[in-house]
Design a binder for this molecule. Structure first.
Ligand SMILES: [Zn+2]
Length: 142
């Protein structure tokens, strides 16, 4: 009954618009997807998925759905949007930031930044108690 409900539906793809930006930009001509273009986009999509390109996650989801459907061959896109998405330099940069980002996290959880202080205190108190017990023990025994 309520027509607003249909507007709320997410991931409705308008195939007459550029698949990347889904915007009608005046003056920008959309071109039809070629087989080669589709293969390139598919590759870029899976690369970005692997690299956890969170900025484009909606687009990645949309492309993954569309690229495997029968509609893939009817896709149109702005050459600029296509170039942006499949840009090898951008993908390489994503890969690099991934490596840089994951390093401190991995070493942090392994050594335990937050447990370091507690661990040290634990170590010190244990050492102190053991040392004093051992000393008094030796003294009383001899
Ligand atoms: Zn576009």
């Amino acid at each position: 009954m309520d027509p607003v409900v249909t507007l709320k539906r997410p991931s409705v793809v308008d195939y007459s618009l550029c698949i990347f930006c889904q915007n009608h930009t005046a003056g920008l001509i959309t071109s039809k997807a070629s087989d080669h273009g589709l293969a390139t986009v598919k590759h870029a999509t899976s690369s970005r998925r692997k690299l956890r390109d969170s900025k484009n996650i909606d687009l990645i989801n949309r492309l993954e759905n569309v690229l495997d459907s029968a509609e893939a061959k009817t896709l149109v896109w702005h050459k600029m949007c296509y170039a942006h998405f499949t840009d090898k330099n951008k993908l390489e940069r994503l890969q690099k930031t991934q490596v840089v980002d994951s390093k401190p996290e991995a070493s942090c959880s392994r050594t335990g930044c937050s447990t370091n202080k507690l661990g040290l205190m634990h170590f010190l108190s244990n050492c102190y108690v053991e040392g004093s017990v051992d000393l008094s023990h030796d003294e009383t025994n001899e």
